[in-house]
Write a protein that binds this ligand. Structure first.
Ligand code: 13P
Ligand code: SF4
Length: 369
């Protein structure tokens, strides 16, 4: 059914003004004395030998002339991880040299949250955006969680604050609040349950109520509303990457090749999803390609994910309209190396907020299991 209403900060007189997408900077390094010396980043025969198996994984998307520029840093990162007792969690939108060559655990937002609860290492390096690192910290309050660049924000996370949730609750007393994980800890601390794009419909229906507030992505809200009879009150947030796709663009691909398969992320606007053959979270999209092995696939999501799938399945021709997430792209090999050397930038959350924010995340994870 169509969504009930979409609210935004302008609908509330007292709504605090929000800043641009970047969150407050993290803590670069609590203790510079812990710094390790910079390793050699020279391209040598030894580096070539030690990284040859990794190049095999990415050779369909990284050219031989690029590899000598990347391989020494990749080798250094993989060696330092052991020294620092660190594990690297990387989102599906990270670039292939991160995703395939240094990450220990990869996945969509839900998989990364679930895996974060199982980490044994004392340090987590989150290669993704700030809300993902916050989620890892909330689930691991006693571990050190680092993000290589704390300016890696998200247009969805910055579209809403905890104060906005309190104002919404006043306007809609008794209506439960479902928050997309693409929100700050401050917002999570105010809501009933979290969801990701892979479980949003199930989370909404799990509440067994006629009406919910679903925040902050208006397009994911519309997608959920199209799949359930639960009435949805939404928020005016949008992903700056997915809202740029258009139905016209998809129709043009289909006209150029009627056999093409189009798969899209539910953060896209409805006219885009109407043209797609399949809609799902980033992990569901990857699995769809693995299972279907279509000749030519148009991936309507962040561009690096198509590279990561291409590296794994070189026979599938990936058409990748190149919408990059500028926040995800702040994470680079050089910054990951720096995180390992300096133990920066550490993610910290007020323990009271973190405690309150843990409940809706755990409620979502428990629902899955
Ligand atoms: P998922 O990986 O959960 O599909 O989310 C996509 C996204 O935009 C994360 O920033
Ligand atoms: Fe946020 Fe969109 Fe970037 Fe994901 S792709 S981090 S939702 S801006």
């Amino acid at each position: 059914m169509p969504i009930e209403a979409i609210y935004g900060p302008d609908d509330f007189e007292n709504s605090p003004r929000r800043s641009a997408t970047a969150p407050a900077p993290g803590h670069p390094c609590a203790n510079r004395a812990a710094d390790l010396p910079m390793p050699s980043l020279e391209w040598t025969d030894e580096v070539a030998r030690a990284t040859a198996h990794l190049y095999e994984r990415v050779k369909s998307v990284i050219t031989p002339i690029e590899w000598p520029l990347l391989a020494p840093t990749i080798k250094a990162i993989n060696e330092l991880k052991g020294q620092r007792d660190a594990v690297i969690l990387a989102h599906n939108y990270q670039t292939p040299e991160i995703f395939h060559c240094v990450a220990d655990i990869t996945g969509d937002s839900l998989q990364l949250a679930v895996e974060a609860t199982k980490v044994k290492a004392s340090t987590i390096i989150q290669c993704g955006v700030h809300f993902m690192a916050e989620t890892s910290k909330i689930l691991n309050p006693h571990k050190r969680v680092l993000i290589p660049d704390s300016r890696a924000g998200c247009s969805l996370a910055s579209s809403i604050t905890g104060a906005d949730i309190r104002l919404l609750r006043e306007r809609f007393p008794g209506v439960p609040v479902v928050a997309y994980v693409n929100t700050s800890a401050d917002v999570k601390a105010e809501v009933d349950i979290c969801c990701t794009s892979s479980n949003a419909v199930a989370v909404v229906e799990s509440l067994n109520v006629p009406e919910v507030m679903f925040l902050p992505d208006q397009y994911l809200a519309k997608y959920v509303a199209s799949k359930t009879d639960v009435k949805i009150i939404a928020w005016k947030g949008a992903c700056e990457v997915h809202e740029r796709f258009t139905g016209d663009e998809l129709r043009a691909y289909r006209e150029a090749d009627p056999s093409v398969q189009i798969i899209a992320h539910p953060e896209c606007p409805p006219d885009v999803l109407a043209e797609a053959d399949f809609t799902g979270s980033t992990a569901h999209m990857i699995n769809w390609v693995r299972n279907n092995r279509s000749k030519r696939v148009v991936m309507i999501t962040e561009c690096s994910m198509a590279d990561n799938v291409k590296a794994e399945l070189p026979d599938v021709e990936m058409v990748r309209p190149c919408n990059l997430c500028p926040h995800m792209k702040r994470i680079t090999l050089a910054k990951i190396l720096d995180s390992l050397l300096t133990l920066g930038e550490e993610v910290t959350i007020d323990p009271v907020i973190a405690e309150k924010a843990r409940r809706p995340i755990e409620r979502m994870i428990d629902l899955k299991n």
